[in-house]
Design a protein around this ligand. Sequence first.
Ligand SMILES: CC(C)(COP(=O)(O)OP(=O)(O)OC[C@H]1O[C@@H](n2cnc3c(N)ncnc32)[C@H](O)[C@@H]1OP(=O)(O)O)[C@@H](O)C(=O)NCCC(=O)NCCS
Length: 175
Amino acid sequence: MIVRRRTDEDIPGCVRTLELVHALNGYPTRWPANPAAWLRPDGCEAAWVVADMQQPDTIIGHACVIRGVDDPVAASLTGATPDHLASVSRLFVAPAARGRGLGATLLAALSSWSAERGLHLMLDVVDDGGPAVALYERLGWRLVDQRLSDWVTAQGERLPMRSYLAPENDRRGPK
Ligand SMILES: CC(C)(COP(=O)(O)OP(=O)(O)OC[C@H]1O[C@@H](n2cnc3c(N)ncnc32)[C@H](O)[C@@H]1OP(=O)(O)O)[C@@H](O)C(=O)NCCC(=O)NCCS
């Protein structure tokens, strides 16, 4: 497998894998009307994919960084202005490729890129006890807030969310 920056040509492969992830994990919670646009959220500054070496058109992992995040809790803990606060978004790994460290590899790529630019990295995740929360906590991301989502499910519900800061962003020292 190879981790590299996403190109426009990767988008159809990303959407195919996202369909599998949505069917298995309900991520994203609501299937977007335009999945290609969903993969390019407002503020998206850079995106990475994991491609299969044998089948380069097959995308087995994806994540992007959103810059310009207005999050008072993360801002107070990091001292970062919104321009220097960035969020991990659209992280997913193909079901057949899980448990091989691809999620951790993608997060490492985003973290390096953000550190080079002096950006503080955070993320929000649905508090559903799923594999994403386990991964972030294993990697040392620090839980800094719990709140309800600012979006609603198809049933009109707001879901409990967890906010995490990347370990190197935390001024309070080691755990
Ligand atoms: C969350 C997600 C991206 C993790 O992807 P992944 O590639 O399986 O992640 P990793 O392989 O790095 O880590 C997952 C587990 O595999 C284990 N693992 C990591 N490297 C491994 C290796 N080389 N060999 C065996 N196991 C390994 C880890 O111990 C980890 O276990 P944990 O449950 O104790 O954390 C994936 O489960 C996913 O796409 N979920 C659905 C979408 C989603 O929820 N996205 C997050 C939105 S915020």
